[in-house]
Design a protein around this ligand. Sequence first.
Ligand SMILES: NC(=O)c1ccc[n+]([C@@H]2O[C@H](COP(=O)([O-])OP(=O)(O)OC[C@H]3O[C@@H](n4cnc5c(N)ncnc54)[C@H](OP(=O)(O)O)[C@@H]3O)[C@@H](O)[C@H]2O)c1
Length: 505
Amino acid sequence: MTVSQESPTGAANSNATKGNEKLDSMTFVLFGATGDLAKRKIFPTLYNLFLDNKLPDPFAVIALGRKNFSSQAFRLHVLESLKIFSRRFPENTDSTETFLQMIHYHSLNATDNQGYLKLVDYIKHLETVLRIPENRLFYLSMAPEFIDTVTSNIKKSGLDSINGWKRLVIEKPFGFDLSSAQNLNNKLGNAFDEAEIYRIDHYLGKSMVQNLEVLKFANPMFQDIWNKENISNVQITASETVGVEERADYYDQAGAIRDMFQNHMLQILMMTAMQQPKKLNSKEIRKEKLKVMEALQPLQKENICSSIIRGQYEAGAINGIPVKGYREEPGVESLSKNDTFIAAKVLINHPAWYGVPFYIRTGKRMKEKSTRIVIEFKKKLSIVDAKDSDKTIPNLLTIEVNKEGISLQLNIKNPETNKIEPASFSFSANNGNTPAEYELLLYDVFRGNSTFFAHWKEVELAWKWVQPALEAFEKSDCPLHTYPAGSLGPVAADQLLKHDGFKWW
Ligand SMILES: NC(=O)c1ccc[n+]([C@@H]2O[C@H](COP(=O)([O-])OP(=O)(O)OC[C@H]3O[C@@H](n4cnc5c(N)ncnc54)[C@H](OP(=O)(O)O)[C@@H]3O)[C@@H](O)[C@H]2O)c1
């Protein structure tokens, strides 16, 4: 395999090229700058990139919202969010001030066509004064219903008629089902080419997910055994202890299947199952990811409810503290049939994976917060005495995505008892200074690397795969199992594996 110039992972890149990579100067046009995501993630991300010398120079942020702020008042608002949400505290220094001075607030109602013309003038003025070439990055941190309005106005107003490049960053959700996603993409296509669009799936920004390629393809000990000959099953879990929080309006319509499964979980599946690309670059990695999605065995009407388990939490306790059931949560319909848990068995019709089940589960109000991938290897014990073989456990490779660690479970012989026992070896990939997901992702946008963003074809195939399940759920064809808050999910999710002779790890 040839490793191209392009860095395979943001993580590797962040250490190797700290401050060294020359980025194009640009204007960062942030729609929704007064919102929650901007406050929690986007400004803290920009600040940390600034501290790491990973912002272009010169660089300007045009912060947009309907509210009225002077730029100076808005900078104070940003400073307050940095104090709460930045991984590094903004000290009262010249450096913090330099960062804040890059931010310029401009009021715009996104539905006001005339307002975009004023924005064009404002950007041109800033570009001239700050000597920034016409490279424009548009970040849409607004509700999805604005995507079409904003992108078509970008085009109509001439905001995109520039000498340099333009890029567009958009947040999830991308569509509500297959046809709405296709509609949205068609509209986007009128203003931006696919190569200019960066669809954020923040799970792809997690350093352990980005590390999967390196782990698999840079280590011969895994490279040759990542297939059906050696692996019996793969388990991908993303469990949360939180409930629906303040997002009931959205979540009670979306459910776990749209909120987590269609995007984050299927992206992790692609990253885990993809075969070795010809090169570790964006184009080749995406090609391999796509092959996984194309090979997913489609859901058939008759097996949907046995392949996908839906659940909803009831009252229970998290860490000993009683919590309400989903239907009692503020903003949730009292008879809601929405899923807060999904477990699925997925088969991949690819020569590397024939017959290997991939089990995926995700849920709210579960026992622990964890995102992990467990690779269970086949037992091949020809040299162990038959009488000892039933005492062995399968080898497990566990990738802890949030805790940023890897562990390997092996069988060893205890010298004292002379018996075979399981032993676990763990390794932490977190040196305490790992850049946050959004830092890795935004830095990639700055350097025009789309490896860890969802390509439209991946998104479309993911919707195609879940669409029959959405329709079955809509018609209440599949049972909605309940589970107590603080548990591991419905019993039916355990049966899914038990049926195949496995269990969740
Ligand atoms: N928050 C998160 O943690 C999170 C996580 C993942 C994805 N997302 C996604 O990120 C996007 C933004 O979410 P959010 O939580 O930041 O939403 P939010 O807090 O509701 O913020 C919405 C932003 O849109 C602006 N806005 C609303 N109507 C406008 C209009 N007519 N013209 C101009 N600006 C308008 C608001 O500014 P004004 O009120 O000043 O007009 C505000 O800045 C959504 O797509 C969401 O799904 C959010």
